[in-house]
Ligand binder design. Structure first.
Ligand code: ADP
Ligand code: MG
Length: 458
């Protein structure tokens, strides 16, 4: 009978396993393992982290035992354990034969634990600017990154385009990979293609195995699933497989909440199990913070007038805001012009004409129209009195002065009877966060805006 060294026996087993499991799965879980002891009936295999060892024990031990048993031609018991050092020069513990180092460093690199589209390492939690418009989504992303599968599952992010969904998905992915988890980022189109190919090539089992073996699944742009029933069915099963084993699922959609009307009911009801977080257009303060952060990354300082111009012109999406900044940077760099308002107007002329906004309403006009709307006096608006109408009027006026009038918090505080800017900030934040669910407030703001616009035009 052949006498095996543990290393050699495991090498041969790996050769056979490589043909049986998917390539990503092999490189993620098996490639960087080694045989560390063999007593003629049981084999101990070393992995570099307890996470990998446990994973192999739980999910691959049957397959692995079969493979080893075939090679030695009798039933074999296989166990996995963590080996902290793969350095052969280190004395090995408890009589385990010396370990032959494998050629690669043992670490869970992006490459090995990441199976789908490569994660963009620039999209991190720390490069994400948090404001009232996206704080819930951000907090959920942080929770999911630190307790995947436990905090909110699934996490469902939605917003209009260019407001940070893909950024947050990648950020969760980057955190997870950093924590040694396997992670797959796919767009719904990639998922669809993968699913269809697996049917065409009769590899549905390996399709399922591939998705099932993932700790964190990130699916972007699920709005493209709309109306594709068989794909939704495939996704539904993948979802259940993962959810049942407490793996984290994060989904993003370019549609507002509730507008998943074309998704199958049972898939929709699954999405409702977790947390749904909507992101809104960023308010002025957040737009300024984003510009400053992005300018910092580019190594430039934006003069105040340029900062104001950009943050007041590009309101609809962060992608657009970022695009304008990048264009300005490239322009001033290539033409050697200073970073000034004139340069910005030059560089962004065409974009600006597409984003033409009327000039901000005057503060007196805003105050006047809001007082008229609620039938109150300016003095009572600025007073400390708290009736229902006054509170609602203050909410409306703060929002409009900030959003449309571009007033600072301090200036608003002055206008409202010398209130402190932190009080105004608090009230403004409250308005912004309540706005999506407060129909009455939305209606009042619309009415006041119309009145302001009409009086400005007349
Ligand atoms: P979506 O997927 O919602 O369409 P993206 O995630 O692709 O939007 O965001 C568009 C661009 O804006 C990206 O370059 C992203 O980094 C940037 N971005 C979005 N939100 C933020 C934010 N809160 N802080 C910093 N950058 C952001
Ligand atoms: Mg996106």
């Amino acid at each position: 009978m052949k006498t095996w060294t543990p290393e050699h026996l495991w090498e041969v087993t790996l050769g056979s396993l490589e043909l049986q499991v998917s390539r990503p799965s092999f490189s993620t879980w098996l490639k960087q393992t080694i045989g560390i002891s063999w007593d003629g009936s049981s084999l101990v295999v070393g992995a570099h982290s307890s996470f990998v060892a446990e994973w192999l024990e739980k999910r691959m031990s049957v397959l692995v035992e079969e493979a080893v048993s075939k090679i030695v031609a009798f039933p074999v018991d296989v166990r996995f354990k963590v080996v902290t050092s793969f350095d052969a020069s280190q004395p090995s513990e408890s009589g385990i034969p010396s370990i032959t180092p494998r050629p690669h460093t043992i670490n869970m690199s992006n490459e090995s634990s990441f199976l789908g589209t490569k994660l963009n390492t620039k999209y991190t939690l720390s490069s994400f600017v948090v404001g009232t418009s996206n704080q819930l989504a951000y907090a959920a992303a942080v929770a999911v990154s630190s307790r995947p599968g436990k905090a909110y599952n699934p996490l469902f992010l939605h917003s209009g385009v260019g407001l940070g969904k893909t950024h947050l998905l990648h950020a969760i992915g980057n955190e997870s990979v950093g924590n040694g988890l396997s992670c797959l980022y796919v767009t719904s189109e990639q998922f669809t293609n993968d699913f269809i190919t697996s049917i065409q090539t009769k590899q549905t089992k390996s399709f399922r195995d591939r998705y099932r073996s993932i700790d964190v699944l990130l699916v972007d742009d699920v709005q493209f699933f709309r109306g594709k029933d068989s794909i939704q069915e495939g996704f539904f099963h993948t979802f259940n497989d993962l959810h049942n084993s407490d793996r984290q699922i994060v989904i993003a959609s370019d549609r507002p909440s509730g507008d998943l009307s074309l998704l199958e009911d049972r898939l929709k009801s699954r999405l409702e199990w977790g947390l749904s977080a909507e992101m809104d257009r960023p308010d002025w303060e957040t737009r300024v913070a984003i510009l400053q952060k992005k300018a910092g990354v580019l190594g430039i300082t934006l003069p105040d007038d340029v900062l104001n111009m950009l943050s007041q012109t590009f309101l609809h999406s962060i992608r657009q805001l970022e695009g304008a900044l990048n264009r300005l940077h490239a322009f001033s760099d290539l033409t050697q012009r200073p970073m000034s308002l004139t340069t910005a107007q030059h560089a962004l002329a065409d974009l600006m004409s597409l984003n033409q906004h009327p000039s901000p309403p005057s503060t007196s006009e805003v105050l006047l129209q809001v007082c008229a709307l609620y039938d109150i006096s300016l003095a009572s608006l600025a007073s400390k009195k708290r009736t229902k109408a006054l509170t609602q009027a203050r909410r409306t006026v703060i929002y409009l002065l900030r959003e449309d009038g571009q007033c600072t918090l301090t200036a608003i505080g002055h206008l409202l009877g010398g209130r402190d800017h932190t009080t105004i900030r608090h009230m403004y934040n409250q308005v912004v966060s309540q706005m999506p669910s407060d129909q009455l407030l939305q209606k009042d703001i619309r009415t006041a805006r119309d009145a302001i616009a009409t009086s400005a035009a007349g």
